[in-house]
Design a protein around this ligand. Structure first.
Ligand SMILES: [Mn+2]
Length: 314
């Protein structure tokens, strides 16, 4: 094993805090609520612990069941989403205050609202520059005005940039938790028409699959990580549907034509090399659609790289 061959630039916090948020409150299909336990079954904690980290597993947060109601005013399950995100916000804030690196195990991607709002507040208080990498097939920048479905997992980016439903905006203490220029999207290949307009209007940096095809993951990540330095709090919001569904079938909204396993590994390794990773979401894992927990196992392999596992000492 290569336990002694860690990257030279480990993340600052040596204690990783696992926070389970077992809900599909913002999703389009059922099953993402089983994500935290699938990651536990794939031995996320043991794997990271063998890499030399101290692991604290906080267990699962609790919140309302998903009622599978129809959308109302363009939003599905707003009150449930608020409750779950409030729980996530408090848990992530608690981990950061304790000096731990929070790993939010979703759950669907709507939980990024609570997670990143807490991260943004923490970074601002510490005078750190927040940068967010959104690894996803989708840009998740819909609002209740533009979403075709009303599912809130398509809206977290809009909410974090200050443009979503008012109940889910401003949680970090500022209208926008993140500045548009501080976000980069990797792996994008499914964008709604209104989202395209929003991306242009907001000036978002989107490295779509065409960009990765033409320039490769190495150049893409060099661009995405430009300017990350010791004053950066780097947050990764990892939607498992970023990967090609051939490698990660256990997701609710898979889109073919994503990065391969190896491309995704390079993405994670280059993030690890910055040494600035300070918080993480792992979301949209749907064990009900998975094959023998393959997607959870792939997630754990990628997270290992994200936390500095490399093949050779560098
Ligand atoms: Mn997403």
């Amino acid at each position: 094993m290569s336990d002694n061959l860690l990257s030279e630039a480990p993340p600052a916090a040596r204690t990783l805090e696992l926070i389970g948020a077992p809900t599909d409150i913002g999703a389009s299909v059922r099953g993402a609520g089983m994500g935290p336990d699938a990651l536990r079954v794939a031995d996320l904690a043991g794997t990271l612990s063998r890499q030399g980290f101290t692991i604290v597993d906080r267990g699962n947060l609790s919140g309302p069941a998903t009622p599978w109601d129809a959308p109302s005013n363009g939003l599905r399950h707003l009150s449930g989403s608020i409750a779950w995100n409030r729980a996530v916000y408090d848990a992530v804030a608690g981990a950061l205050t304790a000096g731990h690196l929070p790993i939010l195990m979703g759950g669907d991607h709507s939980l990024g609202i609570g997670s990143i709002s807490a991260v943004a507040r923490h970074a601002r208080q510490r005078g750190k520059q927040l940068r967010v990498l959104w690894l996803d097939a989708h840009t998740d920048v819909n609002t209740e005005m533009t979403s075709p479905s009303g599912n809130i997992h398509g809206m977290p980016v809009a909410c974090l940039l200050g443009h979503g439903p008012k109940e889910l905006v401003g949680w970090s203490g500022a209208t926008a938790a993140v500045a548009p220029e501080s976000m980069a999207f990797i792996g994008i290949r499914s964008v709604d028409a209104d989202e395209k307009a929003a991306i242009r209007q907001l000036g978002l940096t989107v490295f779509d699959m065409r960009h990765i095809d033409e320039h490769g993951m190495r150049t893409t990540m060099t661009e995405a990580l430009q300017g990350v330095d010791q004053d950066t709090h780097l947050h990764v919001s990892f939607d498992l549907d970023c990967l090609d569904p051939d490698y990660a079938p256990g997701v609710g909204t898979g889109v073919r034509g994503g990065p391969t396993w190896r491309e995704m590994q390079l993405c994670m390794e280059m993030i690890a090399d910055t040494g600035q990773l300070a918080s993480l979401d792992v979301v949209e894992l749907n064990p009900a659609l998975d094959l023998r927990n393959q997607t959870a196992e792939v997630a754990v392999e990628l997270i290992e790289s994200l936390f500095g596992k490399s093949t050779l000492a560098r």
